[in-house]
Design a protein around this ligand. Structure first.
Ligand code: ADE
Length: 672
């Protein structure tokens, strides 16, 4: 039984959420159900069967959450009831399910209401956190949790959202990113750029946003908040609004707050008070019809533009409906492959059912294969994954990359999604299993495709977002994270996803810049990477190894070369040349010494042709690229700054509807 439990835990850790695993777990669970049934068959008091899973994201819709738990367990004691613990961490609703002896406290709370067949969550503050717990009696009654106790006279049936309105007060759905930096300068209408929609914990809470400037840096805070309590010392008065109208906080020039009570209404922030105040009422009335017409026209235009921009550049969680918002994730990508425990090492006894298909890449230390992860007994049901295979001699490279991937805070839509690592002892190979991206790497993609302005923005911005996330010491949700430097950024180490955004891969040379690095370790981490993409200070081995910023600055230099490669294939500037990597033909092997001559002695950089100033956006982008490959590392922009530049540039340039995407093959649709 212990072995069986370990097996189950291992499998769970490997590919949580994958159908294949669910089926395996179901079988294991079914076996254990049978076993306990046989053992306990003689007992008079029947043992409950309950959902029993470690914490995992749950599906919440209106007033109820359904666990994704596929493991059913016959409880060990006839006194056990089914229980669930619900909490929200940075917007993700997580549920743990279990058998529970109601005499015992659960998370320090004794649950006295367990005789009902409904698992009705009650809120408890445990160690400073807001937990919801429930217990119930009945077959797998903890599969569904009710967020609120139904009114006495309300029949408990599964209702659609609209039908629930009379019976329950629904918690609001709000943008919830806590604090994020923003390019918004408190004029006109700003988007929060938060991509996390969260179910508020309490039906009394409304959506709130704050804009603040501190020492030149502007931030936007998006949260749920109960207006019965002050927010930043202010009582909210506008919380019944359907839109978020920013108001300046009294006597504070650089501080605005708004609140509203409508799904995701704190995403779009209106700083429009001034102009309304300044219009005299008579003028307002006489101008009203004209104003309405203008507003309607502008809104139609804005909506059209915003929808189009969103489909091209914005993260996918925006505008999600209440059904899908349930599993709220900071990283949309979690759904595009099975979600795994990034820390997991799949031990030899539990190798995943993977069939290697074809080699898709060859690196310094390993080869990458496209592979099928079987989802069921038949060959038809599988999920494509990528397997990076290291020979046994390259243990150190495998371990480095695995350790980098193991940081769950690395997860981001612009970083290759890691599934698991395997020590394939029998074959004397080490594996890293990740999401597979059919479009291949950016270098191959640019060789085969000419892109339009919109695609340039999408590829470039997502690349910068990936690097900014790597370098950041906080996640978008505000959790602390070790900054990571890639140290081998190049177009061959960037993958193109199906939606034409990028993700970074190949972390074999990466470094986690956490406090555990000693000055000696830092000092020993000198010149690595690919000569063609090395920053001048790396080529010269003159990096300030004690300053973690200098590692990031070297990454930014390499990123600038990749941005140049992307731009060089954009048809917005007119005729497009064949793809060439920075500093000449691909086949030419560029060694450190020859790169030193070009990059340091001659201060050479890739050419920015005159035609690039034919297009305002490309011209603005070229200036940013030049700032990123500055000889002086300190003068370079940060990756986050490039993300913001992209937002500014793409909103300054509205390209024609059908993008100028005359391609050798259409970049948007064609597969290689
Ligand atoms: N080449 C290297 N890694 C890859 C991946 N994950 N998907 C597709 N091609 C790749």
């Amino acid at each position: 039984m212990r072995e069986e439990n370990e097996t189950r835990a291992d499998i769970r850790a490997l590919i949580r959420g994958s159908d294949a695993t669910e089926r395996v777990m179901e079988r294991v669970a079914f076996g254990s159900v049978l076993l306990v049934c046989l053992v306990s068959g003689a007992s008079a008091n029947p043992h409950s069967v309950c959902k029993s899973c470690d914490p995992q994201p749950a599906n919440c819709k209106s007033y109820q959450c359904i666990t994704n738990c596929s493991v059913s367990k016959v409880c060990p004691s006839p006194d056990d009831v089914c229980a669930a613990v619900w909490w929200r961490e940075n917007g993700v609703v997580t549920v743990e399910t279990m058998c529970h002896d109601p005499i015992q406290p659960l998370y320090g709370v004794t649950l006295d209401d367990f005789s009902s067949s409904d698992c009705v969550l009650t809120v408890r503050y445990v160690n400073g956190s807001n937990l919801r717990l429930c217990a119930c009696t009945g077959h797998e009654c903890n599969e569904r949790m009710l967020l609120n106790k139904p009114d006495n006279d309300t029949k408990l049936v599964i209702l659609h959202t609209s039908e629930t309105k009379g019976g329950f007060r629904l918690p609001q759905l709000c943008m919830f990113c806590d604090i994020e930096s923003t390019a918004c300068n408190a004029t006109g209408v700003c988007e929060s750029s938060c991509n996390i929609t969260s179910i508020c914990e309490n039906p009394d809470e409304v959506c709130v946003s704050a804009w603040k400037r501190n020492e030149g840096n502007a931030i936007i805070e998006t949260v749920c908040h109960n207006p019965a309590f002050p927010f930043h010392g202010q009582y909210l008065t506008d919380y019944n609004n359907t839109v978020c109208l920013m108001k300046q906080v009294k006597d504070m020039e650089d501080f605005y707050i708004c609140s509203c009570n409508q799904e995701e209404c704190n995403d779009r922030l209106f700083f429009t008070d001034d102009y309304k105040k300044n219009l005299p009422p008579v003028l307002l009335v006489s101008l009203l019809p004209g104003l309405i017409a203008v507003v309607v026209l502008l809104s139609a235009f804005y909506c059209f533009y915003a929808v189009r921009q969103q489909s091209l550049t914005a993260p996918k969680t925006k505008g999600i409906d209440s059904e899908t918002c349930a599993i709220i994730m900071s990283d949309d990508d979690r759904s595009d492959s099975s979600s795994a425990n990034a820390n997991s090492l799949n031990h030899n006894t539990e190798l995943l059912p993977i069939q290697l298909d074809a080699i898709v890449g060859k690196g310094r230390f390993a080869e990458v294969y496209r592979a099928k992860l079987k989802q069921g007994a038949t060959d038809e049901s599988f999920q494509m994954v990528a397997v990076k295979i290291f020979p046994y001699e390259e243990y150190a490279s495998w371990k480095t990359e695995w350790e980098i991937f193991s940081d769950t805070e690395l997860r981001h839509e612009n970083v290759l999604q890691f599934l698991t690592a395997e020590d394939r002892k029998a074959e004397r190979r080490y594996w890293l299993i990740t999401a597979y991206h059919e479009r291949g790497n950016l270098q191959e993609f640019l060789t085969q495709h000419v892109i339009g302005w919109d695609e340039l923005c999408r590829l470039g911005r997502s690349l910068a977002r990936g690097v900014a996330h790597l370098h950041a010491d906080r996640t978008p949700c505000g959790r602390t994270k070790a900054p990571i430097v890639h140290r081998d950024l190049k177009s061959a180490n960037v993958l193109v996803k199906a939606d034409l955004s990028c993700c970074l891969c190949d972390f074999g040379l990466s470094l986690r810049l956490d406090n555990s690095m000693t000055p000696e370790e830092l000092a020993n981490s000198g010149q690595v990477g690919t000569a063609r993409y090395m920053a001048p200070e790396v080529l010269e081995s003159r990096m300030d190894l004690e300053n973690i910023e200098s590692f990031k600055q070297a990454d930014v230099y390499s990123m600038a070369l990749v941005l140049w490669e992307i731009t060089s294939r954009c048809s917005a500037i007119g005729d497009v040349r064949e793809y060439e990597p920075p500093f000449g033909k691909l086949k030419d092997h560029l060694c450190v010494e020859s790169m030193k001559d070009d990059v340091i002695r001659d201060r050479l950089r890739p050419e920015i042709p005159a035609s690039w100033s034919n297009h305002t956006g490309v011209q603005l982008l070229s200036s940013s690229i030049e700032e990123c490959w500055d000889h002086d590392p300190e003068a370079r922009l940060t990756a986050q700054c490039i993300v913001e530049r992209f937002s500014e540039i793409s909103s300054a340039v509205i390209s024609p509807v059908s993008s100028d995407n005359k391609s050798t093959q259409d970049s948007g649709n064609d597969e290689k």
